[in-house]
Design a protein around this ligand. Structure first.
Ligand SMILES: [Zn+2]
Length: 121
């Protein structure tokens, strides 16, 4: 969609701290993190809700979410990783994946936190 902020991130028209990308999905740091390394996982093609994705992509979507969660566990030494389906703030399907807010670290160290996740993918 033309004016969708997450579509613009997916097309790399606006910057984001991207931690993972493949042909269908992208994962990047949330700009208002709940914890160090808070990631949004999105489908690259516009979909209003996670539930609107074609069935054959739904499993692939969760594989990416899982990959990010496992990287966060290692990157931040945190056993508790939260996941939430969101969509009222930005009208493009997104899945929050974030270490527990008790995680030690600087939430707004976007460069450092993205590197930690990438190093553990
Ligand atoms: Zn969109």
């Amino acid at each position: 969609m033309e004016n969708c902020i997450f579509c613009k991130i997916a097309r790399q028209e606006i910057p984001a701290n991207i931690v993972y990308e493949d042909k269908d999905f992208m994962a990047f740091l949330d700009i208002n993190p709940r914890a160090p390394g808070h990631v949004q996982v999105i489908p690259k093609s516009h979909s209003r809700w996670v539930w609107d994705l074609p069935e054959d992509l739904a499993g692939e979507y969760f594989k990416v979410v899982r990959k990010i969660a496992l990287a966060q566990k290692k990157a931040f030494g945190q056993e508790v990783i939260h996941g939430r389906i969101e969509g009222k703030d930005v009208m493009h399907a997104h899945f929050w994946v974030y270490p527990d807010p008790a995680t030690i670290g600087e939430k707004t160290d976007f460069e450092g936190n993205s590197q930690k996740i990438k190093n553990n993918l």
